[in-house]
Write a protein that binds this ligand. Structure first.
Ligand SMILES: [Zn+2]
Length: 185
């Protein structure tokens, strides 16, 4: 009996160690697991660093982006309210990152927030965006960034509609709309 007990303990210890190692390996390998469902072409760059990220110096972004997109996405700017092309836009499709093409929001989750900025109640995949605490002139807010390239997209607020109660308040220039089913429709 004593031996059986010892064996059980050994097996348990082994399992615990294996699990710990597996989760460590997972952290190291999968730095980013972006869910890409669309056939949308990458807009400006597909320069990845081998782990799913797009990392480029700001000067390089400046060369390939138009000035307003650069100001908003790479310098954390905000487009004027009611000025963006997707504020009053209700086509069916998906919105990708205007910098790197990462899938961000589906039109089904878009709603009219009457704020002057395109608003969504949830991202296509939580891992496709990144949240960051933003303490500045606008108070304490939660900034939303593209998880793939770090582009500034907008902010998230807790006054959205059901089912999430969240309002992802985005800049139109940070997004690029792709019609449903890409070119086949
Ligand atoms: Zn991006």
């Amino acid at each position: 009996m004593k031996n059986a007990h010892a064996t059980t303990m050994m097996v348990l210890i082994f399992l615990v160690i294996s699990c710990a190692q597996a989760s460590d390996a997972g952290k190291k390998e999968g730095r980013l697991q972006v869910v890409k469902k669309s056939e949308c072409p990458l807009l400006h760059t597909d320069k990845e660093d081998g782990t799913g990220y797009v990392e480029m110096p700001r000067e390089e972004w400046k060369e390939i982006l138009d000035p307003e997109t650069f100001r908003v996405t790479r310098k954390k700017g905000t487009e004027p309210a009611f000025s963006g092309q997707y504020d009053k836009f209700h086509e069916s499709g998906i919105y990708i990152c205007a910098n790197c093409g990462n899938d961000l929001y589906a039109s089904e989750t878009k709603f009219d927030s009457r704020t002057g900025w395109p608003s969504f109640y949830e991202p296509m995949a939580p891992e496709n965006i990144k949240e960051k605490l933003d303490i500045g002139l606008g108070g304490i807010r939660t900034e939303i960034l593209c998880a793939r390239c770090g582009a500034h997209l907008g902010h998230v607020f807790k006054d959205g509609p059901k089912p999430t109660g969240l309002r992802y308040c985005m800049n139109s220039v940070s997004l690029k709309f792709c019609p449903k089913n890409g070119s086949s429709d």
